[in-house]
Design a protein around this ligand. Structure first.
Ligand code: ADP
Length: 492
C-alpha cells in the first residue's frame, strides 16, 4: 500500500509531545512491513534540522489556492532517520511557520487550515495518489473535508482517509474565515450540525468534528480512551458525533519505537542494560543521573515525572508528588515544560525554592537527551494525569525497568496493571501501581506502596521492574491493526 501521513509533528525533527513519536513510529513500522510511506509536514523555522538528512527542494513552485488568490510555496524533501518527509514552506507575509514555535499563536487555526490545504494541493500537483491518507489531530481535521468536497473532483477520487485523534481537548474551533480561505465557500452547507458546525457554538466550525464526519475511519489512541471519549466529558463535546459515527470509530493503542526507546541500544544513556544486567545498569545510570543533576548519592529511590505541565497532566498531583517524595525518603526529578504562564511561574517558583535541596531537581523545558537518562536512572515514574488518551511515558518507563505509578484513566488503564489489586492480571504480569481518584490521599497511597516495596522488599521491587520490561508495547501489534484498518477502508 502507498500511505501518506499528514501531520504537524514527526519526532525527533518536530516534537512537542506524543504525537511526534507516534507519527514517526507508526510510519517506520508500516515501512518495515513493506508499505510505501511518505510524510507531509510544515517546514517550521525552529524544527531540528540536524535530524534531517539531505534536505533539498523537491517542488519549487507550488501555488496553493487561498481566498481568491494563491500562496506560493516551496516543498522540501529529506529523510528523517530513514523516513521520507516533505516539508511545506509558504512564502507569504503570514509567515505561517516561521514563528519560533510549533503551536500557541493566535492564528493557529489559519496556519493549520493552510497546511491541510497545501498538503492536498501538493499531492494533487505532484501526482501522488496514495491509497490511504492518514492525518492526525485537529491540525489536519480539514484534510478529509477538503478531499471529499474539493479534491476528489480534481483527480483524487480513490484516496481514503484514516483520521487519528490524539487529544480531544484541542479541536480547532474556527470561523467562516477558515472556510473561505480554503475554498469551502458554501457557508450554510458547512455550518450545519451534520457537517462542521461545532456541537455547542452555532457560530463556529470545529475542524476535528469535520475530520470525524468526513474520514473513512477514525481512531483514537487507546481502547479505553475510545470508550471514555464517547461516554464521558473526556470527549470534550464530541461524544454525540462519535456516537453517530461509532461504526468507523476505533481505539488502537499507540506503540513505542524500541529502536529509539530501548535501554539496550540507547545512545543517550551512559550505561546500556538489559533485563540480565538490570540491577547493575540501573545503578550506574542512577549515579550518572545524580551527577548530571547534582543530587546527593544516598540510598534512596529516585521518583521522576516527565511530561508537559498542564491541566491534562494533573499538575496539582505532580506538585504534591514532589513533596510527598521528599518527605518520605525519596529523591525527585522533574522534567517538564509548561505553555501556560501561571503554571510556568508556579514551577519556576518551586524550582527556586527547592534549588538547594540535594534530593530534588526540577528541569523546566524540553530536553530529549535528558529524558532518556531519567527513564534509565529513575526507579519510579509518576503519571497522575487527569486524562490521558494513551500516554507514552509509562510505556517508555516500563521498557527501562522504571516502575510506573499512574492514575487509572485512558491508555494508562490499558498498559499498567496494579501489583496489589488487579485481579484480572496474574501476579507475574503486573507491572506498576494504579490509583483512581484525583485527590492527594489516592496518589499518596499508591506512592506509599511503591516506596514500601522499594525499601522493604528490594528483590520483589526488582521483580516488578523486570516484569514491566517484559511487556511488548512496540509498534508490532498496533501496526498490524492499522494495516487491517487501511485495507478495510481502501476497498470501500
Ligand atoms: P503528550 O502527547 O500528552 O504530551 P505522551 O505521554 O503521549 O504525552 O508523550 C510524551 C512524550 O514527550 C514522551 O516521549 C516524553 O518522553 C516526551 N516529553 C514530554 N515532555 C518532555 C520534556 N519536557 N522533555 C523531553 N521530553 C518530553
Amino acid at each position: 500500500m502507498y500511505i501518506i501521513q499528514i501531520a504537524s509533528e514527526c519526532a525527533p525533527v518536530i516534537k512537542a509531545g506524543g504525537l511526534g513519536d507516534v507519527v514517526y513510529g507508526l510510519s517506520r513500522e508500516l515501512e518495515i512491513r513493506g508499505h510505501c510511506v511518505e510524510l507531509i509536514l510544515p517546514k517550521y523555522d525552529c524544527m531540528r534540522y540536524d535530524h534531517i538528512w539531505g534536505i533539498h527542494e523537491a517542488y519549487r513552485d507550488l501555488y496553493v489556492p487561498w481566498y481568491d488568490a494563491y500562496i506560493h510555496c516551496t516543498v522540501y524533501c529529506g529523510r528523517v532517520h530513514g523516513r521520507l518527509c516533505f516539508f511545506i514552506e509558504p512564502h507569504s507575509r503570514d509567515n505561517f511557520f516561521n514563528r519560533g514555535c510549533y503551536y500557541g499563536c493566535n492564528d493557529d487555526n489559519m496556519r493549520f487550515a493552510f497546511f491541510s490545504k497545501a498538503a492536498l494541493e501538493f499531492l494533487l500537483r505532484s501526482n501522488k495518489r496514495p491509497d490511504v491518507i492518514h492525518c492526525h489531530d485537529w491540525q489536519t481535521g480539514l484534510v478529509p473535508v477538503l478531499l471529499y468536497e474539493i479534491y476528489q473532483y480534481h483527480g483524487m477520487p480513490h484516496q481514503r482517509v484514516c483520521y487519528t485523534i490524539h487529544n480531544f481537548k484541542h479541536q480547532g474551533i474556527a470561523g467562516n474565515e477558515q472556510l473561505l480561505a480554503t475554498g469551502l465557500k458554501r457557508e450554510s452547507y458547512y455550518f450545519n450540525y451534520a457537517r462542521l458546525r461545532d456541537n455547542f457554538n452555532p457560530f463556529a466550525i470545529n475542524m476535528m468534528k469535520g475530520g470525524i464526519v468526513y474520514a473513512n475511519a477514525v481512531t483514537t489512541v487507546s481502547p479505553n480512551h475510545a470508550v471514555e471519549a464517547r461516554f464521558t466529558e473526556v470527549g470534550s463535546g464530541l461524544g454525540h458525533t462519535l456516537h453517530l459515527y461509532q461504526d468507523k470509530f476505533h481505539g488502537i493503542l499507540n506503540g513505542i519505537d524500541y529502536d529509539f526507546w530501548n535501554p539496550e541500544v540507547d545512545r543517550y544513556i551512559p550505561h546500556p542494560y538489559t533485563p540480565k544486567n538490570f540491577s547493575e545498569g540501573k545503578a550506574q545510570n542512577k549515579q550518572a543521573l545524580r551527577e548530571r543533576l547534582l543530587l546527593q548519592t544516598v540510598d534512596k529511590p529516585i521518583i521522576a515525572y516527565i511530561g508537559r505541565l498542564d491541566g491534562q497532566k494533573g499538575v496539582h498531583l505532580v506538585h504534591h508528588a514532589i513533596y510527598y517524595a521528599l518527605n518520605n525518603s525519596a529523591q525527585f526529578v522533574l522534567l517538564g515544560s509548561a505553555t501556560e504562564t501561571s503554571i510556568n511561574q508556579h514551577f519556576r517558583h518551586e524550582k527556586s525554592f527547592l534549588n538547594d535541596n540535594p534530593d530534588c531537581h526540577l528541569e523546566l523545558g524540553f530536553n530529549e537527551e535528558l529524558s532518556h537518562l531519567i527513564y534509565a536512572g529513575a526507579d519510579i515514574i509518576v503519571v497522575p494525569s487527569n486524562y490521558e488518551p494513551c500516554g507514552l511515558t509509562q510505556m517508555i518507563a516500563l521498557k527501562y525497568g522504571t516502575v510506573p505509578v499512574v492514575r487509572g484513566v485512558g491508555g494508562l488503564v490499558n498498559t499498567v496493571f496494579d501489583r496489589d489489586y488487579n485481579d484480572d492480571v496474574p501476579p507475574e504480569q503486573r507491572n506498576g501501581y494504579v490509583f483512581y481518584q484525583t485527590d492527594y490521599p489516592a496518589l499518596e497511597s499508591a506512592m506509599e506502596r511503591a516506596l514500601k516495596l522499594w525499601y522493604n522488599s528490594p528483590e520483589e521491587f526488582k521483580q516488578l521492574a523486570l516484569q514491566g520490561m517484559e511487556y511488548d508495547y512496540s509498534w508490532n501489534d498496533p501496526g498490524e491493526q492499522y494495516i487491517e484498518l487501511y485495507e478495510n477502508i481502501r476497498h470501500k
